[in-house]
Design a protein around this ligand. Structure first.
Ligand code: HBI
Ligand code: FE
Length: 286
């Protein structure tokens, strides 16, 4: 969660800044093109089809860092969403307020060539390539707004950590069924070459059917590939489990129950794949 942050003087009260697209250097555009080419080559067989449709619809195949004005002309026509530039991580309530108003906040900076494979804070490639294409999908667009509204309510109830976990295991690192296959949709995965392979192919992580209460109890790690991936049946089902749910009783139960450690499995889990590291943890040979 993002809490103790200081608003930079050049940012507006809602933490937005100008993207100032003309100030990007040729080197910065080249970093975007290298990251884009690597993902565009390997994702079509792995990512939910709606993601590729969004990339295409937003003309993101155009070389260079996208200009938010051009992006927003198409995005707002599609689902009323727009991308706004921010300096980097913003406080939780600012984040939720933007999402609740169909504004996706994107860091305007891009990683350096040395950081190609990993950086701690979301940059414009993570935010725009990872998160924005699915905002073209009407149901996912509704989910993201419902998430923002839920976050504002949760903030008043001291339940931001539960919402952060829901965001982490869906919007950032979610998997989705596509017929008998599993496909990627989480932005943290699709913007990472290594994790786009790991999340589907590697035997070590658990892959568990999505259950909102289980997810809200589950800890996550921010510094490595995930040890748990949660699988939704569809964006419609994800929206139904969030927008149409009274969270009061869930929050009451969450207050009384311990968090679930990363990598732990529960007897109640709908298990699609038991990760090899789970065996190691339970002392059972794979
Ligand atoms: N700020 N720019 C930005 N991007 C995020 O993804 C983000 C954030 N602030 C808070 C946050 N995510 C998470 O703590 C949410 O779960 C609240
Ligand atoms: Fe993100």
């Amino acid at each position: 969660m993002a809490t103790d942050l200081t608003r930079p003087s050049h940012a507006a009260p809602d933490w937005t800044v100008a993207q100032d697209w003309h100030s990007y250097s040729a080197e910065e555009h080249t970093v975007w093109d290298r990251l884009f080419a690597r993902q565009a080559e390997m994702l079509p067989a792995r990512v939910v089809p709606a993601f590729m449709e969004g990339l295409d619809m937003l003309r993101m195949t155009k070389p260079g860092i996208p200009d938010f004005d051009e992006l927003n002309a198409r995005l707002s026509d599609a689902t009323g969403w727009q991308v706004v530039a921010v300096p980097g991580l913003v406080p939780d309530e600012i984040f939720f307020e933007h999402l609740a108003n169909r504004r996706f906040v994107a860091g305007r900076f891009i990683r350096t060539p040395e950081q190609l494979d990993y950086l701690q804070e979301p940059d414009i490639f993570h935010d725009v390539f990872g998160h924005v294409p699915l905002l073209v999908h009407p149901v996912f667009a509704d989910y993201m707004q419902a998430y923002g509204e839920g976050g504002l309510r949760a903030a008043k109830l001291g339940m931001i950590e539960a919402l952060a976990r829901l965001y982490w295991y869906t919007v950032e690192f979610g998997l989705i069924r596509d017929g008998s296959d599993l496909k990627l949709y989480g932005a943290g995965i699709v913007s990472s070459y290594g994790e786009s392979v790991f999340a589907l192919d590697d035997p070590s992580p658990n892959r568990i059917g999505f259950d909102i209460e289980r997810v809200m109890r589950t800890r996550y790690r921010i510094d490595d590939y995930q040890q748990n991936y949660f699988v939704i049946d569809s964006f419609e089902d994800l929206l139904r489990q969030t927008r149409d749910t009274d969270f009061g009783p869930i929050y009451e139960r969450l207050r009384d129950r311990d968090a679930i450690d990363v990598g732990d499995l529960l007897p109640s889990d709908r298990i699609l794949h038991v990760g090899t590291q789970a065996y190691a943890k339970a002392g059972v040979r794979a």
